[in-house]
Design a protein around this ligand. Sequence first.
Ligand code: AQP
Length: 342
Amino acid sequence: MTEAVHTPRVFSGIQPTGNLTLGNYLGAVKRFVEMQNSGIETIYCMVDLHAITTWQDPGALRHATRELAAGFIASGLDPKKSILFNQSQVSAHAELGWVFNCVARMGWLNRMTQFKDKAGKNREAASVGLFAYPNLMAADILVYHATHVPVGEDQKQHLELTRDIAEKFNHDYKVDWFPITEPVIEGAATRVMSLRDGTKKMSKSDPSDMSRINLTDDADTIAKKIRKAKTDPEPLPDSLEGLDDRPEARNLINIYAGLSGETPKQVIRDHAGQQFGQFKPDLADLAVATLAPISTEMDRLMTDPAEIDRLLGDGANRAAAIATPILEHTFEIMGMVRSREV
Ligand code: AQP
């Protein structure tokens, strides 16, 4: 039996499929920064191979990858403290992804709700990659033996699948090789909802730009989107229970809490009885104060794309130095002959 010692290591990724949203920021990037600053080894990836599971214009993908890198750095990720890179530069992800295509069962993937949501009614026309996406995500995580993965609520099911894949591999080959990864889904805003529909997740690819706040939005646009956010005519309640059946109100309270670092309970206590006409400008001020410095820094970083590419290349080398031996040992376990001189 191969015994592995799993030291704490954090991995997470975001797709370069458009502007980062407030949902990505509060649900993921803000937590990435906290984990980086807690002293654990952190690896963060722009998952361009996931992005192409739906059509991406090549020029737009290149731009979005650099812009996502700029968003990471502007939000507080430090390329010296964390490993930052884009997925396609480290081929071990795709190689282990194939192995996991052979470990995961069709029935497991058939249960993935994100595929159902994203493929919609026309499932026959969805790419095979969109269906197999969770296997690649498991490979992204396990090729680093990552023990903790900070994500938003929507990724919970994919992380359970990652654990199932690790367990099945370990069981089938009678090894203790892949760690059983822990999802880290924390904070007040693990599921930020659309500003137009409190029952739908805020998403980069929502056709309505008014449904989301982008990290690149200027102060006026942020204020306008919050002012126009769908709400109901009731004033804010004085307890969390008062938000039941009021998804839009709950969403704005959670966003406020996510931005301010307070709990939703504290936010309710401080704003009880207010009309949205009063609450929304406060929320807009808070959002602008948090996001404006990020978007200014992103603009500055985007003036030097060559430097971003250099940082991503450097990060990819450091990532590959961890991933390659783990992949090699995985192939050894499986009985692949590895005789090539490298
Ligand atoms: N609305 C959200 N609230 C909280 N967390 C969110 N995340 C995404 N949306 C929200 C978290 O952000 C990370 C990166 O997500 P992704 O880009 O890899 O894919 P996604 O979850 O499919 O995000 P989008 O914005 O909906 O992208 P598109 O529109 O391209 O599909 C994950 O940790 C996710 O949980």
